[in-house]
Write a protein that binds this ligand. Structure first.
Ligand code: NAD
Length: 387
């Protein structure tokens, strides 16, 4: 053990770690009975990471997406697009973004001349996604777009066509498809070890505040609870089965006296039937206390994922027969930031010229299904909820 300049003994090999291929690893210091700690993250140096520009500095961008870069390994924020120069200046300073890389919605197209920007991430109200995705593609940038992809299937098709024509990648930010517990459910069901999945139950509810919000305006939101949060139930049921539903129908409830629900739906229940026979019962509401859970009932057991569609707090339990007992196992995995994972996924796709796991076509398919489930013309104000 070498002495340091201070006269103290130097680190032992167990404490010092080892540098190999540009990354640092440590030998396991824990006993056999405990899980070893994961290796330290090995982020790319900032100059080698894929540069992201954010369009829209609202809650999701400031509260979740920009903070998630602290855990990203392949991506970094390099530009902002906002209608508020004052807000953009503060946020740029907080995240080390150059003032010259701040754009307004009007001069956004100048982003074509910024070589640091490789991906434009559109985080505006849904009704504005189409135009900004198309403008980003025309600027020659890869595009990531928040869910729901658009306000209608036609808008989604326009976005896919624009990205194809420009030769750029398009990813819809279905964060749950990158979240480790959701992935574990998908893997367990698809492995077949628990037999066929018969019933999926997915619920995504929350209580909305006062009416002065874009989410209550059809032109900006496209719809209410379904495209905003019920979409996760739909997308997850498809991801779990790996199938497309052959039958889908929905019922909607709107409180008559509540002006917030003149243009968009408050509560929706919908059912999907998949070719293998799996049925999904899904429900979503803007008027029920937050609850974001997933259950899969299979031939040989049950998987429960609490907070499946939340940003954090996932808890997974698997119930199966164990001899004469019903055994309920709790599955605990390391918590990972699902926003960091999805951003790094897009960055890896850009670097390796790969199609993202959730491309534009995934968003388009959900729009088709939302229209099929709710699109039958009905009298009164519930007609044409989803186009
Ligand atoms: P927000 O209202 O907090 O932010 C919207 C931003 O768009 C604001 O900066 C606002 O100034 C700007 N904007 C520009 N034109 C506007 C207009 N005409 N009306 C209203 N705002 C306008 O919204 P948010 O919650 O950040 O949602 C933005 C997008 O992100 C939406 O598509 C939403 O569905 C999606 N989202 C996704 C998740 C998720 O978990 N992946 C969570 C929340 C929101």
């Amino acid at each position: 053990m070498a002495a340091t300049g201070s006269g103290l003994p130097g680190p032992t090999p167990l404490d010092g770690g080892k540098v190999e291929g540009g990354t640092v690893t440590f030998p396991n210091w824990r006993g056999e009975a405990d899980r070893p700690s994961p290796p330290p993250p090995a982020p790319l140096p900032p100059g080698e990471r894929v540069g992201f520009a954010f369009v829209g500095l609202g809650r999701l961008t400031l509260e979740e997406l920009l903070p998630a870069f602290a855990e990203c390994k392949t991506a970094r924020p390099v530009a902002l697009v906002s209608g508020s120069p004052e807000k953009a200046k503060v946020v740029a300073a907080q995240h080390g973004i150059k003032e010259s890389s701040v754009y307004s919605y009007d001069d956004f197209d100048r982003i074509a001349d910024n070589p640091e920007v490789q991906v434009v991430y559109v985080v505006l109200p849904n009704g504005l996604h189409r135009d900004f995705v198309i403008r980003a593609a025309k600027a020659g940038k890869h595009v990531m777009c928040e869910k729901p992809m658009a306000n209608s299937s036609q808008e989604a098709r326009d976005m896919i066509a624009a990205c194809k024509q420009a030769g750029v990648r398009l990813m819809v930010a279905y964060r749950c498809q990158y979240e480790p517990y959701n992935r574990e459910v998908i893997q367990r069901v698809r492995s077949g070890d628990m037999g066929a999945a018969r019933i999926i139950e997915a619920t995504n509810t929350q209580v909305m505040g006062p009416g002065d919000q874009w989410r209550f305006r059809k032109a900006l939101a496209g719809g209410g609870a379904l495209p905003d949060i019920g979409l996760y139930c739909l997308n997850t049921a498809r991801a779990i089965t790996g199938e497309e539903p052959v039958e889908v129908f929905a019922r909607i409830f709107n409180p008559q006296a509540d002006d917030r629900y003149r243009e968009v739906e408050e509560t929706i229940a919908f059912m999907l039937r998949f070719p293998s026979g799996t049925m999904a019962n899904c429900s979503s509401s803007y008027g029920a206390h937050e609850s974001k859970d997933l259950r899969v009932r299979l031939e040989k057991g049950r998987i429960d994922l609490e907070n499946a569609f939340a940003y954090e707090g996932q808890q997974m339990r698997v119930a199966q027969r164990g001899g004469k007992a019903e055994v309920i196992d709790t599955v605990r995995m390391p918590q990972q930031n699902q926003f960091s994972l999805e951003i790094d996924h897009m960055a890896a796709c850009v670097k390796e010229n790969r199609v993202p796991r959730t491309p534009g076509e995934e968003g388009l398919q959900d729009h088709h299904l939302m229209r099929r489930s709710t699109g039958q013309p009905k009298p009164g104000r519930l007609s044409r909820l989803h186009r």
